[in-house]
Design a protein around this ligand. Structure first.
Ligand code: ADP
Ligand code: ZN
Ligand code: ZN
Length: 720
């Protein structure tokens, strides 16, 4: 008989320990079993399995507890490979999240087809055979087409060569075979050329190839040709038979990256992001697991795919906050990527025009191998103009689009070039204020203003998603005097642009227009095909995109982010401005940018206008040093939630009183209510992260065993 130690997936309590079960057969680590716990049958992950000669009674006597047999083994092969198991354990230690939530974070929602009797759909494919046959020229063409496009669906061949397909199969020149239907994720092969590398690109490529270092930080201005460098690295890696993982921060970026990658590597590509259905995710997961995919392009969770033979990890736009998961386990994808790089002895390339301060500081300290590319491929950076909005409004210009931006837009439209307008807020009006009592309409579940969405004629809470009709009376004072709008979002911007340029073709891209499947692809494709003159949207259009005809980028309320109180608000503002600039003039035509801001003298705005990362880094590091913020210190944020304010506060206070060590505990601060939950927070700040973590772990064991109603975020991205 075998003794199993299992992690239990319990729906309510967070049980972060293993439990002992018995099994007649051996079960490998990482397989799931079903087992009875208390009164319920639950799923458990096997942590270890040992053979024993003892009887059940002997084991129970020795352990002093009752031990049960498992009900059944759910997986034939481990779902969690040895590498992923080790990574989950490292993540558990680093994030203080329970092991089971670390395992769950690694697996696609539909880990297995819902039941064993999923209908397997077969598809017909064709391949070339070795058999010698006489072919007509047209048949030969079809035969070559098959050879060069394997695996090819038979239906596709019939579409391409309707008169040759059947004859070729009948004569034995082609073979037809059936395979389980896969890849409902449709991949169009791209047509991106493979340019010769520039001198600088060659130099960088050689520097990386010849070095033995694991982690590289590639800081290259936007359009410096970073992507081309990692495509070459990927090529070299594939030649050695290993797999490549390319991480991108948002789904919005996947279509373009996929096009470039698929142009180079064809269909051995898997993609993985939150826009896929559970079934599609499962298929992509299987492709990676079975080594059918040699290149993966994906967002954050792709870092957990079960690669057998990983040879390169690229993390594009490494500074991006969407790489951080904000629910438990609050891991950073960068840490997971570096962990895997070390485990697999493979290179990890962190790339960005605006690296996070933490990464850049590590680059300067040689913890990461730093490489800088200061020049664009086309040698010209866009010219940045600043529109001081206070002055424009004083001159009675539109508060949405200044005269300067309007003029530049007209010029571009006249030249049939394209324009991107960025406004980092969606909806029509940001908030509505009662004319009677001046109160804003707030979400009934959160302490936050609701935005007016004209498209659907509804108020929306951007935090919890609640929607409601415009109230007839003020919810606060009951007045029927009506509401005053304040602030504007992308819907209103679209309206304004339509009014100013009635003939221009406009596309809007924000969370509201991209909720449908494949909508990102559709919008970006239409814009790339120049079916629109203006693309406007939120930050999802600011990064990574490469359109040759875009020669003007306008950033509306560009310094809005500075109004936040967060220690990272200058950094995120700078990043957004620089990234947005990066979309202009990437090809032959020179580009221009207009920043519409209220505070043109702020160092984040000035350094972004000059596209000067070093300058920003120096100023920002002074600010961080003065406030003792990261990267000079580490932070851990602990948020306590409860249905009543005083309960949340009480627990936060309890922790504060019981946390001791060589670090500060800041708070208790009451945060805004979200999702009907009151929140109180403390922040640990100190130089020794391990010490802080251990102190917190001890305190959790003594005072909050189940970790319920408590969220721990180590190295949080945001505090406000
Ligand atoms: P980054 O990733 O640094 O923003 P990209 O790799 O997207 O830069 O390159 C910017 C533009 O220059 C792209 O349109 C790309 O196709 C082009 N490009 C990159 N490398 C070369 C090269 N060696 N020769 C010609 N064009 C190039
Ligand atoms: Zn009112
Ligand atoms: Zn809400």
């Amino acid at each position: 008989m075998y003794i199993l130690n299992c992690w239990i997936e319990h729906p309510v309590r967070t049980l972060d320990q293993t439990f002992t079960y018995l099994s007649e057969t051996e079960v490998q680590r990482g397989c799931r079993v079903s087992a009875v716990f208390g009164m319920k049958t639950l799923t458990a992950f096997v942590d270890s399995c040992q053979y024993t000669n003892e009887t059940q009674a002997q084991i129970e006597a020795r352990m002093g507890i009752k031990v049960r047999y498992i009900e059944s083994v759910l997986d034939e092969h481990p779902l969690i490979t040895e590498e992923l198991y080790q990574m989950a354990m490292a993540m558990r230690k680093a994030t203080l999240a329970p092991a089971i939530s670390c395992f769950s974070a690694m697996l696609p929602a539909k880990v297995k087809p819902a039941s064993g009797n999923r209908k397997i759909i077969m598809e017909k494919f064709v391949s070339v055979s070795e058999q010698e046959t006489r072919l007509t020229p047209k048949q030969l063409e079809a035969w070559i087409y098959v050879r060069d496009h394997q695996p090819l669906l038979y239906s596709e061949l019939r579409k391409q060569y309707p008169n040759q397909a059947k004859a070729l199969v009948d004569s034995g020149a082609l073979r037809v075979y059936e395979k389980e239907k896969r890849g409902s994720v449709y991949l169009e092969e791209g047509t991106y050329a493979r340019p010769d590398l520039t001198e600088l690109q060659t130099k960088v490529l050689n520097e990386i190839t010849e070095s033995d270092d694991t982690v590289y930080l590639l800081r290259g201005v936007t359009g410096s040709g970073k992507t081309e460098i990692y495509l070459r690295l990927a090529e070299n890696t594939l030649k050695t038979g290993k797999q490549v993982l390319i991480l991108v921060p948002e789904i919005a970026l996947t279509p373009q990256m996929i096009e470039r990658v698929s142009s180079r590597f064809g269909r051995t590509l898997a993609i993985y992001h939150s826009g896929l259905s559970p079934q599609e995710k499962y298929e992509q997961y299987r492709m990676v697991m079975n080594n059918e995919a040699s290149v993966v392009v994906g967002t954050r969770s792709a870092v957990f795919l079960p690669f057998e033979n990983l040879g390169l990890i690229v993390m594009d736009e490494e500074h991006d906050s969407s790489y951080k998961q904000d629910s438990s386990p609050c891991y950073h994808c960068r840490d997971a990527a570096i962990w895997r790089g070390n485990y697999n002895h493979c290179k990890v390339i962190l790339a960005s025009a605006t690296p996070s301060l933490e990464s850049y500081a590590r680059g300067l300290k040689k913890v990461y191998h730093l490489i800088v590319m200061e020049e664009r491929i086309n040698k010209t950076l866009p010219v940045v103009h600043i529109a001081q909005m206070r002055d424009s409004i004083r001159r009675n210009e539109s508060y949405i689009i200044s005269d300067l931006l309007k003029e530049k837009m007209q010029e571009r439209l006249d030249h049939h070039e394209q324009i991107i307008l960025l406004l980092n807020r969606r909806g029509y009006h940001a908030r509505l204020r009662c004319r009677g009592c001046q109160e804003v309409i707030r979400c009934p579940h959160c302490d936050l203003a609701m935005s007016w969405h004209r498209d659907i004629r509804m108020l929306k809470c951007h935090t919890c998603g609640t929607e409601m009709k415009m109230p007839l009376k003020c919810p606060s004072c009951g007045s029927t005097a009506g509401f005053m709008p304040a602030g504007f979002g992308t819907e209103k911007l679209e309206h304004e642009v339509e009014t100013l340029f009635p003939d221009a073709r406009i596309l809007r891209m924000d969370a509201d227009t991209t909720s449908r499947k494949n909508s990102h692809e559709r919008i970006l494709k239409a814009f790339a095909a120049h079916e629109a003159d203006i693309l406007l949207g939120t930050q999802m259009i600011a990064k990574g995109l490469d359109f040759a005809d875009v020669t003007l980028v306008g950033i509306i309320n560009g310094d809005d982010g500075l109004a936040r109180t967060d220690f990272r608000s200058c950094e995120t503002t700078f990043d957004l401005l620089v990234q947005a600039c990066g979309r202009s003039g990437r090809s032959e035509k020179a580009g221009e940018v207009v920043f519409q801001v209220f505070d043109p003298d702020h160092y984040a705005v000035i350094s972004a206008a000059a596209q000067d990362y070093e300058r920003f880094f120096a100023s920002e590091m002074r600010f961080r040093h003065a406030g003792q913020y990261p990267p000079y210190t580490y932070l851990i944020s602990c948020t306590f939630t409860a249905m009543k304010q005083e309960d949340a506060e009480k627990r936060a206070r309890l922790f504060k009183e019981n946390l001791h060590g060589n670090f500060k505990v800041i708070g208790v601060i009451d945060l805004l209510k979200i999702h009907d939950l009151y929140r109180s927070r403390i922040i640990l700040k100190g130089k020794d992260l391990d010490e802080m973590r251990e102190a917190l772990h001890r305190c959790m064991q003594e005072h909050a065993n189940d970790g319920k109603g408590m969220r721990i975020d180590i190295n949080p991205m945001y505090l406000d």
